[in-house]
Design a protein around this ligand. Structure first.
Ligand SMILES: [Fe+2]
Length: 298
């Protein structure tokens, strides 16, 4: 095969499978278009405090570890590549968001939360419970029923609650980020009933590696780390007058529950799947949500 043929074959494969650079760029495009940038207001005093502390921390590392010019230039080249690959959202969501999330949720009672990650898409189709997420014909994977109930911190049912759910398919790909998948595959907004109950039929997602062919993958390879996230279902739960909770639910026994690249696993987020109570194919798990009212804190 000539170079040109090899390049064409590689390009065709990339077009079919997608690349980290595409996934990273999409996360950047979506963040830019999300509207989150329009309302950013950070007072000068906080900018000075936080930027100053960050710069000092990096300088302290340079002294502590006697950083060479070779390492400094490798850092410069890599930082440039994170930007050109569009991977700043990926980098930040994998290695920093878990701490930001901990800081911001520590005073909220009720359901445990964790990071949103880079693959959330607002405005998914609205379904009434009991709901079945969009799937392809002959969709691979174990059928999985997630059901639960919403209550407030006093144990009263919550009305008008909803579950926004999104997750990867059985090959570890997300719709709207990997090419060739239906737009709303494994994405929906499910409305609970008047007593706060919900049921969602889906398929178990697969563990996946974060994109490895961009700057973040380059760092992982250069450091000898792994890129795996354990299998998980992303969730946002909300109801009018209550605080939104963003979280992920995990499956026991996944080898990467202990060493998630994104450090987003918590014991309270572990599901307990059981055989279907109705004798149907697959598994089910119950996960109940306690939501805190707006302004309510521990
Ligand atoms: Fe994910």
């Amino acid at each position: 095969m000539t170079n040109t043929q090899a390049e064409q074959a590689a390009a065709a494969r990339r077009a079919e499978e997608g690349t980290a650079v595409e996934a990273g760029s999409k996360a950047t495009e979506r963040f830019t278009a999300s509207g989150k940038l329009a309302k950013l207001e950070v007072p000068k005093e906080r900018v000075s405090l936080l930027a100053g502390a960050a710069i000092k921390a990096i300088n302290d590392i340079a002294v502590e570890h006697q950083v060479t010019y070779e390492e400094y230039n490798a850092l410069k080249a890599w930082l440039i590549k994170v930007g050109t690959d569009g991977e700043w959202p990926l980098f930040l969501d994998v290695w920093l968001e878990h701490t930001i999330e901990d800081v911001n949720s520590k005073d909220r009672p009720g359901a445990a939360s964790t990071i949103e990650g880079p693959y959330y898409v607002p405005g998914a189709p609205v379904l009434q419970t009991p709901a079945t997420l969009e799937m392809r014909e002959d969709e691979e994977g174990t059928p999985f029923l997630l059901k639960g109930r919403f209550t407030d911190t006093a144990g009263n049912p919550i009305q008008d609650a909803q579950v926004e759910i999104w997750h990867a398919d059985a090959a570890g790909y997300y719709s709207q980020y990997a090419p060739g998948l239906p737009e709303w595959l494994f994405r929906a907004t499910v409305k609970a009933d008047e007593n706060g109950y919900f049921e969602i039929n889906t398929k178990r997602p697969a563990p996946y590696q974060i994109p490895t062919d961009g700057a973040c993958g380059q760092l992982i390879a250069a450091a000898g780390w792994h890129a795996w996230r354990p299998a998980h279902i992303h969730i946002k739960v909300s109801a009018p007058g209550y605080q939104l909770v963003t979280q992920q639910l995990y499956f026991p026994g996944d080898p990467h529950n202990e060493d998630d690249i994104a450090s987003a696993v918590k014991p309270e987020l572990m599901l307990e799947p059981k055989p279907r109570a109705d004798g149907g194919e697959g598994e089910e798990a119950v996960y109940d949500y306690v939501l805190a009212k707006e302004g309510e804190h521990k």
